[in-house]
Design a protein around this ligand. Structure first.
Ligand code: FES
Length: 173
């Protein structure tokens, strides 16, 4: 059995600089040249799906749908006033995952309080402020469904998600 001398090793690797760059650390997606992915992001493409016609939404009345697949319940609400992250011509439509970020219980929209409430441990989330957790056991905001409005079709389309759906390692599975 032959031993590889330092001199021969350096010949094989090209230069002594290679020694300084060798690492056993796993190569990340970003190190491979891909973009940094925030929580909830996925390298797989999100589907572009019709949520509803804008004209079918009643102000402050929730409409439930699934996105990005049938196991992910969501809700869309027309707020009737401009919201910072709102979609549509009046920027007043918002949508969220309805799975609580604490332990995944289904949150419901309280029309009187104009807030999402979790029945399990009483977390409350703000629909007008990117699903922000207001109070309770949860530590993360509700994942926000990114909507686009198709003017020609009067259609609200779900196109991606900001935040990680409870219980998943990636939103697209
Ligand atoms: S599951 Fe919602 S607060 Fe615990």
């Amino acid at each position: 059995m032959t031993q590889l001398s330092r001199r021969n090793f350096l010949k094989l690797t090209g230069s002594s600089a290679a020694l300084g760059t060798l690492s056993l650390a796993p190569v990340t997606h970003a190190q491979q040249g891909g973009p940094l992915l925030p929580a909830g992001s996925t390298a797989l493409p999100y589907p572009r799906e019709l949520v509803t016609k804008l004209s079918e939404l009643v102000i402050n009345q929730p409409l439930y749908f699934n996105y990005p697949d049938n196991r992910s319940p969501c809700v869309v609400i027309r707020r009737g006033r401009e919201i910072k992250s709102g979609a549509g011509p009046d920027k007043d439509v918002v949508a969220y995952s309805t799975q609580c970020t604490h332990m995944g219980c289904p949150v419901s929209y309280d029309q009187e309080a104009e807030a999402f409430k979790c029945p399990c441990h009483y977390s409350i989330f703000d629909p007008d402020n990117t699903g922000q957790m207001v109070i309770g056991q949860a530590t993360e905001n509700l994942p926000r469904i990114i909507l686009e409005y198709d003017d020609a079709e009067d259609a609200l389309m779900a196109v991606s998600i900001d935040g990680l759906i409870y219980g998943r390692q990636a939103n697209i599975i």
